[in-house]
Design a protein. Sequence first.
Length: 245
Amino acid sequence: MTTKYQNPPIVEAVCEFKFFSEGQNDSIIPGMLFTKFSKEFPIVKKKNLGLVIPVDENEREKDLVFNPLTQFFNEENTKIIQVGKDLLTINCVNKYPHWENYKPLILKVFDEYISLANPTGIKRLGIRAINKISIPSEDLNLKDYFSFSPVSPFKDDNKLAAFILHIERSFFDDRDRLIMKNMTIVPEKEAHTSFLFDLDYVMKKATGLNFSEVSDWLEIAHNTLNDAFEISITDKLRDTFGKIQ
């Protein structure tokens, strides 16, 4: 069961699909998708996404190519659909709508995309939750707030000025991977200590996940991210979010 908070620290949720395809009608897919979602996402923007790709099989040389990206925003700029060559993302920013609302949006956009683009398979799939946490203290003990924190050789951990922590854990014979990052960032308020706690669950190996299996995969990914978040924080930090009973 997902824990809900009055003031959740999540600032962005991202679901990203990368597909295998024949790539025959890439240029018309964004327009066709916009036709389906123009009422909910009436604002259109375009940008170029820079990608580094290997020139040879050994990846000794790489080229920078640009993938045109079309973005559809809702009027509040809190939800974004992004579509590029064999790429689809569904983002929620600033105001997370909770999983029971986010997952149906993901599946709705995904179903429309595959019906229009006819991809041959899923190359990569990921769910990411980016959290910003700000604590009103400049002199704190990390272990009071995080179980996922660096092990310091110093006794006075509260003097640690900055850190970057990165771990990865594999699932399903390393088909999937949980990537956890916790780091200090420049605080937005005076006399505060701020952290970027980034959780990412990805299917990094293309093992033939069927389109019909995406819904179940999303549920596994979400539950894994939620569990990882909860075991990484203490009750003292949890209380600052205002747990909803």
